[in-house]
Ligand binder design. Structure first.
Ligand SMILES: Nc1ncnc2c1ncn2[C@@H]1O[C@H](COP(=O)(O)OP(=O)(O)OP(=O)(O)O)[C@@H](O)[C@H]1O
Length: 283
């Protein structure tokens, strides 16, 4: 069977991945979030539901302002919940915790610490003994290809290198789920592709559960097992699409017919929502 034949046609607008019988790692039910700004009420998320299994790489795409970042911040415990529930590994999410690690577009490294010092930081916080700390940090610095730079300070690194350090630090924290909000958004095209390749390789060996927000459909298809397409605000799920492309994935996969079919399909879905958002924000 060709890979393109495996794409599930979406007649209703939603193609659900096969249902699993085991309890999902992440369960989000009826999540609602409203902001009040200068007397104007903005419903960012409305009755949002999502299940994510352990080890899944889920990308989230959607028009600007549809609540993607708000969702990740709520899951990170940094934004309050107005309604609904989120549970991770059976535990209700109410505040930040080491079971969730976040990576943003901004690298957020400590400028006074070296690469090694930055990656060791979460291990210090967890009181891991010094020798073990260095061992773990060295392992993740090597995994992101920065061993040669481990004694450099952030201001001596390029943007791509800084984001690699942030990724190594996140992996050293060893959370149950990685929450990534446009992590490669500030990088140039070449560095972005290199980091996508690196993340795919790292993910393939670690099989960590990832929620990855991006505006880049290519990045989403290349990296993810599933792509969630958000509607325009208030954010709900418009489509839930399984990406059935073999791993490990090389960049050449972007030239395959299956890839192009996913790309066209997702772009069609997204375009409808981008236009809807544009109309709504203009009125
Ligand atoms: N602290 C806040 N106060 C008021 N409104 C907010 C706040 N944070 C987010 N919003 C609003 O909630 C909506 C969702 O914002 P959010 O940042 O989650 O969107 P997004 O999908 O991540 O957008 P983008 O893709 O542009 O980053 C937007 O209309 C935004 O203006």
């Amino acid at each position: 069977m060709s890979q393109s034949a495996r794409i599930v046609p979406i007649s209703s607008g939603i193609s659900r991945p096969p249902q699993t019988t085991s309890e999902p790692l992440l369960r989000v039910e009826s999540l609602t979030k409203t902001f009040d700004r200068k007397g104007t009420r903005v419903i960012a998320l409305d009755n949002f539901n999502l299940n994510v299994d352990d080890g899944e790489f889920v990308a989230i795409v959607g028009p600007s302002g549809c609540g993607k970042s708000t969702f990740l911040h709520m899951l990170g415990g940094f934004e309050s919940v107005d309604g609904g529930t989120m549970s991770l590994n059976g535990q209700k999410v109410t505040r930040p915790g080491p079971d969730r690690g976040m990576l943003f577009q901004e690298y957020a490294l400590y400028p006074w610490r070296t690469v090694l010092g930055n990656v060791m930081w979460p291990l210090e916080v967890q009181n891991i003994p010094q020798t073990e700390r260095t061992e773990i940090a060295d392992k993740f610095i090597s995994l992101v290809g920065l061993t040669h730079f481990k004694n450099h300070y952030p201001n001596e690194l390029s943007g791509g290198m800084k984001q690699r350090v942030a990724l190594a630090r996140l992996l050293a924290l060893n959370p149950k789920i990685l929450l990534m909000d446009e992590p490669f958004g500030a990088l140039d095209a070449q560095n972005r592709e290199l980091l996508q390749e690196e993340l795919e390789r790292i993910w393939d060996t670690s099989r960590k559960t990832v929620l990855f927000v991006t505006h880049d459909i290519d990045e989403a298809i290349y990296l993810a097992d599933r792509i969630i397409v958000f509607t325009a605000r208030p954010g709900r799920i418009k489509a839930d699409i399984r990406i059935d492309l073999a791993r490990p994935r090389a960049m050449e996969i972007k030239k395959s017919p299956a890839y192009t079919e996913y790309r066209n399909h997702i772009w069609d879905l997204l375009r409808e929502e981008v236009l809807r958002a544009r109309e709504e924000y203009a009125s």
